[in-house]
Design a protein around this ligand. Structure first.
Ligand code: AMP
Length: 392
């Protein structure tokens, strides 16, 4: 998701720039000022509570703002991202925004601070007052709004500077110029973001070969836990020896071993555009762990793909594989194949259900030739990446 907050004193041009960005990125727009004015016009109890405060140029209570924002966010499921205008306006609201983003499994991409001196703000708002019909666009109220801004809103900047996503720009420049600079900021922040894919599918669905090919085609890192464990064994490390012992005893490799391996891969971020996870998460516990690991890197899961192949076809494919040199230790008998399919059903299907609630799953029919399936998966990944990448 691309989530932006436009920041700046009244009259900085937040509304004007918002209109451009909404068109450019197809974002859901949340202007707390507009939302409040709607409540006022509809004479709702929320509107009545806010009326006098707005008229005097004060800030409406955080309690009212959080209700407004929650209502709007829940009314926009599946959006490409949010554009906040006039929010967060207090430090408390910055924390509220953090909470809301976490709930959506995302984060704020950038906060753009439109800087204008007070005289420019006042001049612009007095001019706007001639046509806006807004009772708060006149001299004394404007001055009170600016005071509120300096006292309560400016501290929000430090909060986002500490997070490294605050960008200041000179908003006295022409509208087009400011827009171009905002686009530059968005590009810069998005290029830092990882694009992460989880690839689900039953054993035999082709997720391994497809995952590897997709990673190569899109410049992503392919993370397959099974292969990582084998690599570790081959390296002869202490870890590898432990894993070998577990394999020899026919035991499952515990999360305590798998997680540090994944963590190590995620830490090698230099020049990495994102990851394709295959074979992980395999259990609900691992699903929570992956969320946590990605969060540590300011990242999240952007696309969840499930490769669907009918059971009979899976058995046929796995049986065929057992007769080739691509045979895995677990392909060697029908009994083992069935056990693997059963294990997927018992442990991984609940994970897929959980992901359906959290992220929405993109299901892709895995029948047909490798190239046909690859084309379908590629299309989904392209669309996913486009969803977070600005137009050229
Ligand atoms: P705006 O349209 O953003 O200039 O907002 C107009 C008025 O609505 C402000 O002067 C405040 O009284 C109120 N308001 C808008 N957004 C907020 C917010 N996030 N927190 C508190 N008050 C707000």
């Amino acid at each position: 998701m691309l989530n932006l907050a436009l920041f700046g004193p009244p009259g900085a041009g937040k509304g004007t720039q918002s209109q451009k960005l909404i068109d450019q990125f197809n974002l859901s727009y949340i202007s707390t000022g507009d939302l409040l004015r709607k409540e006022l016009a509809a004479k709702t109890s929320l509107g009545q509570q806010a009326k006098d405060i707005i008229a005097s140029g004060g800030l409406v209570s955080d309690e009212i703002i959080v209700q407004l924002i929650e209502k709007t966010i829940s009314g926009n499921p599946g959006t490409k991202g949010f554009l906040f205008d006039g929010f967060p306006r207090t430090l408390i609201q910055a924390y509220i925004l953090e909470g809301l983003m976490i709930k959506l499994h995302t984060s704020l991409t950038a906060l753009v601070n439109l800087e204008v001196p007070n005289e420019v703000s006042i001049e612009r708002l007095v001019n706007r007052g001639k046509t806006s019909g807004r009772s708060d666009d006149h001299d004394t109220v404007i001055r009170q709004r600016l005071r509120e801004y300096e006292e309560k809103t400016l501290p929000v900047l430090e909060f986002y500077s500490d997070k490294g996503i605050c960008h200041n720009l000179d908003a006295t420049q022409a509208i087009e110029e400011v827009n171009q600079q905002i686009l530059g900021i968005i590009h810069q922040e998005l290029s830092k973001q990882l694009f992460n894919v989880v690839l689900f599918g039953y054993p035999g669905s082709g997720r391994g070969s497809q995952g590897r090919a997709l990673a190569k085609a899109f410049g992503l890192e392919y993370v397959a836990t099974g292969e990582m464990l084998e690599e570790e064994i081959r390296s002869g490390s202490n870890f590898g020896q432990k894993i070998q012992k577990l394999y020899d005893n026919g035991e499952l490799v515990p999360d305590e071993i798998v997680i540090p391996l994944i963590e190590k891969r995620l830490a090698r971020r230099e020049g990495v555009k994102g990851f394709i996870f295959k074979g992980f998460p395999r259990t609900l516990v691992q699903a929570y762990i992956l969320e946590g690991l990605l969060k540590k890197h300011g990242a999240s899961i952007d696309l969840v793909l499930d490769l669907e192949v009918p059971t009979l076809e899976l058995i046929k494919r796995l049986d065929q594989r057992s007769k080739t040199d691509r045979c895995m230790p677990y392909d060697t008998s029908t009994e083992k194949i069935v056990r693997r399919l059963q294990e997927h059903e018992q442990k991984t299907i609940p994970v897929i259900d959980k992901y359906q609630q959290l992220h929405r799953i993109t299901r892709v029919n895995g029948e047909g030739s490798f190239d046909e399936v690859f084309a379908k998966l590629s299309e989904k990944i392209s669309q996913g990446i486009e969803g977070v990448t600005p137009p050229a």
